[in-house]
Write a protein that binds this ligand. Structure first.
Ligand SMILES: Nc1ncnc2c1ncn2[C@@H]1O[C@H](COP(=O)(O)OP(=O)(O)OP(=O)(O)O)[C@@H](O)[C@H]1O
Ligand SMILES: [Mg+2]
Length: 289
């Protein structure tokens, strides 16, 4: 579905590449997260997958990058509409500016695709229900809070039913409830077989729902694998990514005999609770406590 081969990209004003020698194959239906420090190249990678970079930013590339078999550097972004949905880091910049209500804004992309009216209404109502936006349907997009605009930007991409969804920090302006709504919507996408690439800082939610985590460090792939491996990698902090609290707590407990040495470090609350309970039980039976 997504296939990068030895792909590098340098912006016109850049002294060094923003992406370097990326090899990445994301099969259809995979849910992949990308993490990395500020400036690591996350937004650039999101832009390449969705056709924005280098077409709208300029830049020189090496190697190849394909989505749905199409060579991205040779495909204008307009030809990817409907295949790749992009949710940008700043939701405000994604509003069309041409529609007066949230409902009309959601229908905007479908009108451009020529989708029939009945189907359009069905899809818009569905997305509003999934993202808990129905009560806001008649408000102007500009009256919404940052978090509501973020949900609208996500809805505008979802409504197009793309084969690939790229989301660049989609929960940055959302509270815990809004973040939950977004992750629930992403789970639904996964169940529908949509390929999802999520650039995100909320590692706790990530750890339990993605198939794969890729770490970018200064434009390179520093790590790539299942969340339980990548998020417990001791080098995570060196790459500018804060480890999960559960992992840190368990790592500290190992040296004190409060985490079994052969038990993997946890990336979820449940795994941490199980591990501490097991260590406590064995300490009790061996008279350690
Ligand atoms: N349009 C652009 N023109 C020139 N340089 C750019 C452009 N966009 C990003 N860069 C540079 O490319 C590098 C990667 O930036 P990018 O925005 O992809 O990182 P990021 O991981 O998304 O960071 P953040 O966590 O701050 O969103 C940085 O050095 C940045 O300054
Ligand atoms: Mg970014």
């Amino acid at each position: 579905m997504i296939e990068f081969r030895d792909f590098s990209l340098t912006y016109p004003t850049g002294s060094r590449p923003a992406l370097r020698e990326i090899d990445l194959v994301v099969p259809r239906g995979q849910f992949c997260a990308v993490v990395g420090a500020e400036g690591a190249g996350k937004t650039t990678l999101a832009g390449v997958i969705s056709g924005v970079v280098p077409h709208m930013t300029g830049g020189a590339s090496k190697g190849s990058a394909r989505v749905c078999g199409r060579l991205l550097t040779e495909t204008p972004p307009s030809e990817l509409v409907g295949e790749v949905g992009l949710v940008m880091q700043n939701p405000f910049s994604q509003l069309s500016g041409a529609r007066f209500s949230l409902r009309e804004e959601l229908a905007f992309g479908l009108e451009n695709l020529g989708v029939g009216r009945a189907e359009m209404i069905r899809r818009v109502e569905r997305v509003m229900a999934d993202l808990r936006l129905t009560a806001l349907a008649d408000l102007s997009p500009y009256e919404l809070s940052g978090g509501q605009q973020q949900l609208l930007a996500i809805g505008s991409a979802l409504v197009m039913r793309p084969a690939v969804m790229v989301l660049d920090e989609p929960t940055s302006q959302l509270d815990a409830v809004g973040t939950g709504v977004v992750f629930d919507a992403l789970e639904t996408l996964r169940a529908q077989g949509v390929t999802v690439v999520l650039f995100e800082h909320r590692m706790e939610r990530l750890a339990r729902c993605v198939d794969r985590v890729l770490v970018l460090d200064e434009g390179r792939t520093a790590a790539d694998g299942p969340p339980a491996d990548v998020l417990t990698d001791p080098r995570l902090a060196d790459w500018g990514v804060a480890p999960l609290r559960y992992t840190t707590a368990a790592r500290r407990a190992v040296g004190r005999g409060l985490w079994e040495e052969d038990r993997p470090l946890p990336v979820t609350l449940e795994a941490a609770a199980d591990g501490f309970a097991a260590a406590l039980k064995s300490a009790r039976t061996t008279g350690g406590l």
